[in-house]
Design a protein around this ligand. Sequence first.
Ligand code: C5P
Length: 216
Amino acid sequence: PRDASLAGRHVLVTAGPTHEPIDPVRYIANRSSGRQGYAIAGALAALGARVTLVSGPVALPTPAQVTRVDVETAREMAAAVEAALPADAAVMVAAVADWRAEDAAGQKIKKTGDAPAALRLVENPDILATLGRGAARPRLVVGFAAETEKVTEHAAAKLARKGADWIVANDVSGDVMGGASNAVHLVTATGVETWERLPKDEVARRLADRIAAALR
Ligand code: C5P
């Protein structure tokens, strides 16, 4: 590693979307390329951390020195996060689907020619809130918030609601999704720090440095 400031630390990262099956060929998902989360996992490993990356379905290579656990659904992600504890820090970057189909059909739902089939949704577990308020809470818990308006206000509310120490708020009103750069605000109990638009790799490096400093 170029700097071993996270040597001996275990950091848990979630990334990517989750896919919630409707039937064997259809699913519900949030838009997410996984790029920012993967960059963060790589940057943490480059500082010497042992990194567990719990990943939804993405088309990205595993960063060097990172242990990757692949999952599909939010409930699988929640279980994988639980299984990866304890951790010194957690960075929850995944775009978890808020809802899933109450009963995923075992067979492909057919068009009947009549009205479309109704889809009954139930809420998924909030993985970040569960971790942030749980007994095995990592010392530092970082969440992400994709917002299209009132970015920092929504993020500050999320901080308290989810029991996180920091929320990295990103303004996704532009073309952040799948893109190479990101404009973020670091929201903590003491205030809001606005970073200039940066390549996702650079956002990741800066965040990893801040995490190393916070755990020191
Ligand atoms: O509430 P919202 O989805 O905007 O919160 C985003 C943050 O919460 C992200 O850090 C995301 O990874 C996490 N989250 C989660 N489980 C959910 C929903 C969001 O861990 N079910």
